[in-house]
Design a protein around this ligand. Structure first.
Ligand SMILES: CC(C)(COP(=O)(O)OP(=O)(O)OC[C@H]1O[C@@H](n2cnc3c(N)ncnc32)[C@H](O)[C@@H]1OP(=O)(O)O)[C@@H](O)C(=O)NCCC(=O)NCCS
Length: 169
């Protein structure tokens, strides 16, 4: 039976400590990637109820630095399910100490694959998007999957029919 994105929603809130920072006093990029990967992994597991592995980090935009002491919230949700793979969107927020107002600082897109005990890909439930944003992310996911497969040498550009539509309409 198809599942909805909210069923996989995973929220991780944590603080940035000095040992996790770069020389400018901001969160080290690799540390943020690891936190995002962890949240995405839980979201993928919640969707598939299976063992999941990271297949690809499709995109990460470090748009804003995150200073030491920040409270960081990472929200991950499955944006589309294919046969065994899932695209996970992850949004990163920080909150202002005084106003508690949240601002979005970074986002990323990961691909996870559900596997059996021997690491072989298995079939997963499909996903039905509900909100406008979930529908937008769902629509673009096949293009992003094809791009990721091309970049990893697993697909020929000539076979990327959905991606080609972006350029030739
Ligand atoms: C990810 C992995 C299971 C894929 O196995 P595989 O034998 O290549 O299997 P397939 O070619 O059938 O790919 C399985 C699915 O992953 C997708 N996939 C594989 N590589 C991908 C990539 N780079 N980007 C997007 N999707 C990818 C395939 O399109 C396929 O999707 P679908 O079944 O939904 O159509 C395998 O490469 C693996 O175990 N990698 C190591 C994972 C790991 O250890 N991660 C942590 C890194 S430390």
């Amino acid at each position: 039976m198809a599942k909805t994105p909210i069923e996989s929603l995973t929220i991780l809130t944590d603080i940035v400590l000095p040992g996790e920072s770069n020389p400018l006093g901001n969160l080290f990029g690799g540390e943020l990637l690891a936190r995002m990967d962890r949240a995405c992994s839980i979201a993928a597991r919640r969707h598939s109820h299976a063992i999941v592995v990271t297949a690809s980090v499709n995109h990460v935009a470090f748009n804003n630095a995150i200073p030491v002491g920040s409270v960081v919230t990472i929200e991950a949700k499955v944006s589309r399910a294919f046969k065994s793979s899932m695209e996970i969107y992850v949004d990163v927020w920080i909150e202002d100490r005084k106003s508690q107002k949240r601002s979005k600082v970074n986002e990323g897109i990961y691909t996870f694959v559900a596997v059996d005990q021997s690491g072989k890909p298995i079939t997963i439930p499909q996903l039905t998007p509900e909100t406008a944003l979930e529908k937008e992310r769902y629509e673009g996911a096949l293009r992003r999957k094809q791009l990721s497969l091309i970049l990893s040498g697993k697909m020929k550009p000539a076979d990327a029919d959905e991606l080609r539509k972006l350029f030739i309409g």
